[in-house]
Design a protein around this ligand. Structure first.
Ligand SMILES: Nc1ncnc2c1ncn2[C@@H]1O[C@H](COP(=O)(O)OP(=O)(O)O)[C@@H](O)[C@H]1O
Ligand SMILES: [Mg+2]
Length: 352
């Protein structure tokens, strides 16, 4: 659906003395129906990149292929036609304050020369879809942030786009309104089969609605994959930082480490070894039955030290830090068993 090939965007630095790359050799493939997340810190190059998809930014080099057509090679007329298939929503809504809800949504159609009656046929159902029927004659200043964004969404949908670009569309909204807006976008994705590209700096947004994600830093992609995979095993330091609170429960608090060290010190030679593990799981498996089964099968004892379970798109996701006590051979067999249940196992004895 969307293929970004070797996209680079070079800008002059603010002093005008030299240049830098806001995007450097970025390659992304987005499938039809994806809700594709592009996440990164402020200044990473996300907006620059997303504006290349509709050529609001013409990249210094690289190709933008949408639906098999190379936008970078198109003449203005074809490009204009193509742009109608790509809607966009923004952090600050970009509504015209002198126009009502209805007239804001109608604007792109007016500009395209669509007749009044056709416009009405198009706009009324859109107002309904985004839940603003009671507000259609109001002006932007009379609306809440969430309502303004709904106008933005309806306006973006007015030309029947196949793709919706969203640049930090929920960043100015409170958490509850963010939630409702994300639900609306998900509904649109499912009902209209729209492909959505979500730019955000919030992992929560990615977690709630995206199926794939790339992480950007200094104009480059540093990590990519399905959302479940990236959450299960974030490799890059930026991804880990963005996952912040989700990952907080992965680090053992010092007092627990201390207690374990004490326990190890006071062990008698005949005591069975203690193994410290972190388990990460995604999906329908909950770890509890797996761990109890492993302990039963391999004659081990377990103790849960720390854990957190979260929800990503209806799938449970979590980490659990445990100790397993038992002889080495049994322990190694239990690791194999646990891993065979699609649970990631990390051995942590080195921290003790
Ligand atoms: N038109 C421009 N001219 C010069 N520098 C720019 C321009 N647009 C963005 N930049 C710079 O490019 C870098 C990436 O910006 P941007 O794409 O807006 O990042 P993000 O959306 O990830 O916060 C920043 O350092 C920004 O200051
Ligand atoms: Mg931005």
């Amino acid at each position: 659906m969307i293929d970004l090939q070797h996209i680079s965007q070079e800008y002059k630095t603010s002093d005008g003395q030299s240049t830098f790359y806001a995007c450097k050799d970025v390659n992304i493939h987005i499938n039809k129906g994806d809700i594709f997340g592009i996440i990164g810190r402020s200044g990473a190059g996300k907006s620059t990149l997303v504006r290349c998809i509709n050529l609001l930014n013409r990249p210094t080099s690289g190709k933008v292929i949408v639906d098999g057509k190379d936008l970078t090679a198109m003449n203005i007329a074809d490009l204009r036609k193509m742009r109608r298939e790509i809607g966009m929503i923004f952090q600050h809504f970009n509504l015209l304050s002198s126009r009502t809800v209805y007239d804001n949504i109608a604007l792109p159609l007016e500009l395209a020369g669509v007749s009044k009656s056709e416009i009405q046929k198009k706009v009324e159902p859109l107002i309904e879809l985004v839940g603003l029927s009671e507000h259609k004659h109001k002006y932007p200043s009379q609306l809440s942030g969430g309502q303004k964004q709904r106008v933005g969404i309806a306006r973006a949908l007015s030309s029947d786009p196949k793709i919706l670009l969203s640049d930090e569309a929920t960043s100015a909204l409170d958490p509850e309104t963010t939630q409702a807006t994300l639900e609306l976008l998900k509904e649109i994705n499912q009902k209209l089969g729209l492909t959505i590209v979500m730019i955000t700096h919030e992992m929560d947004v990615v977690k709630q609605i995206c199926n794939k994600v790339v992480v950007m830093e200094r104009g480059q992609i540093v990590e990519s994959g399905t959302v479940l995979d990236v959450f299960r095993d974030p490799k890059h330091e930026v991804t880990q930082a963005l996952l912040g609170s989700v990952l907080a429960a992965r680090e053992l608090p010092p007092r627990i480490v201390e207690r374990l060290r004490e326990q190890l010190k006071t062990r008698k030679p005949q005591d069975k070894p203690i193994h410290l593990l972190r388990l990460t799981f995604v999906g329908t498996h909950t770890t509890d039955p797996v761990i109890s089964e492993a302990c039963r099968l391999f004659n081990l004892d377990f103790n849960i030290l720390l854990g957190q379970v979260d929800d990503i798109q209806g799938q449970s996701y979590g980490t659990l830090t445990i100790t397993l006590t038992g002889n080495k051979e049994n322990y190694l067999q239990s690791l194999e068993f646990i891993r065979s249940k699609q649970i990631k196992v990390e051995e942590l004895n080195h921290v003790l």
